[in-house]
Design a protein around this ligand. Structure first.
Ligand code: ATP
Ligand code: MG
Length: 384
């Protein structure tokens, strides 16, 4: 009896002529996620099979594959010869210890001596005989024993379906630059876009020594969470300390965040052009804070010359974002209490609905090009 993992994929099957391309990227991503773990991935019709791994690695493999975008569900089961005794042994192995069940059989091998309903009935009968705490319920069973008689003389037997990440394989929808703060929202925004198949790079702005090393560690840890879904991740980091000091010295304090955002966007676009990122992604949600009004977004958007800015959380409530943050395992990191650069020199009353003309008048008090060049020269890069 050989341990196997059955992989069912999500939307890829809807792809017509391009399906081969999507499947190749999908398999490459699964292989990347299982790097260093002994295994083989084989294609069956409409799904994949992981074989030849150590049984002690099952949980590790399931955890890793469940984060690969494109995987809809997984089942851990056994591969046996298409023989009723072997099928029964595998069915006993995957069966729960008690509760109601039914057996569902799919017979691809039409030469197999028994038809599907007969296989289900016989295996179900033997399971009942062997364990008095089981009972049959064909309408709403607690669990289902699935038997898949394949054409190659082998049969797959499994029980549970483990729900996975869904989405499209990362790398099939281009590449984008996520502005990653240490907060709750931006990791969720990155996850959502990666889920649609876009490979994510990250850019974080710090204001060291106003912001500390724990704040930086927090961002590294968030990037590592995203890396699990994104087949690795590149994190670029830029200091905006000088920019913030200059704004603080020269401009109306109420415009601190509004002006800073415009610098962030310009730096993001410059880095995107250099790294081949095709869009900028932020965790902004309409009206969540003063800088995320439509007027605030208009102000920060207007400095971006040629890239789309994706704001996938725009229509989400904070509660919905928190729920997703928990689901992807980022929440506990995001709520660590270290300051983001946006809280440095934070005014008591930030401007809520900035008029572009006023923003431009404040910005005119600064040497924008020099500040951009200096900030860009602080760029540091790491990979996770
Ligand atoms: P988050 O939870 O993502 O920090 P937030 O609700 O705190 O968001 P803001 O601080 O207004 O909102 O930030 C809005 C967006 O701007 C963030 O989601 C992020 O994409 C970007 N951003 C803010 N601060 C930084 C930073 N220090 N580095 C990189 N991007 C940032
Ligand atoms: Mg924030």
């Amino acid at each position: 009896m050989e341990h196997v993992i059955i992989i069912r994929y999500a939307e890829i099957h809807l792809k017509g002529k391009n399906r081969g391309y999507f499947e190749r990227v999908f398999v490459a991503n699964m292989e990347k996620s299982l790097r260093g773990i002994r295994h083989e991935i084989r294609r069956l019709s409409g799904r994949y099979l992981v074989e030849n791994f150590n049984s002690s690695d099952v949980d590790k493999i399931v955890k890793k594959l469940s984060k690969v975008f494109g995987v809809h569900s997984l089942s851990v089961g056994f591969k046996v010869n298409s023989d009723m005794d072997e099928i029964f042994a595998a069915a006993s192995e995957v069966s729960d210890d008690e509760g109601s069940f039914k057996v569902e059989t799919h017979r691809a091998d039409k030469t197999f001596a028994l038809k599907s309903p007969e296989i289900s009935a016989r295996i179900g009968g033997r399971l009942l005989d062997a364990n008095k705490r089981l009972k049959v319920d064909v309408h709403s069973p607690d669990f289902i024993i699935n038997i898949d008689v394949r054409e190659n003389g082998k049969t797959l037997v499994f029980n549970k379906f483990i729900g996975c990440a869904d989405g499209m394989p990362v790398g099939t929808a281009g590449k984008g630059l996520l502005l990653l703060s240490g907060g709750i929202d931006s990791p969720v925004a990155g996850h959502m876009i990666a889920k649609r198949g876009m490979k994510i790079d990250c850019l974080h702005f710090h204001s060291y020594p106003y912001t500390n090393m724990q704040a930086r560690q927090k961002v590294n840890d968030l990037a590592k969470i995203l890396a699990e879904y994104n087949c690795g991740i590149k994190l670029s980091v830029i200091s905006v300390k000088e920019i913030q000091e200059e704004i603080h010295k020269n401009c109306n304090g109420a415009y601190m965040v509004t002006l800073l955002r415009r610098f962030m966007m310009r730096l993001a676009e410059r880095l995107s052009k250099h790294d081949g990122d095709q869009c900028i992604i932020t965790g902004e949600s309409l009206g969540q804070v003063a800088s995320q009004t439509i007027e605030g977004m208009t102000s920060s958007n207007s400095v971006v010359e040629s890239l789309p800015v994706l704001r996938p959380l725009c229509g989400f409530d904070k509660n919905e974002i928190i729920e997703r943050s928990r689901q992807i395992g980022a929440y506990d990191i995001s709520i660590r209490p270290y300051e983001d650069c946006c809280t440095v020199f934070l005014p008591d009353y930030p401007i809520i609905k900035p008029k572009l003309a006023d923003v431009l008048a404040e910005e005119a008090k600064l040497d924008v090009d020099r500040l951009l060049n200096e900030a860009y020269s602080t760029l540091e890069v790491c990979e996770f």
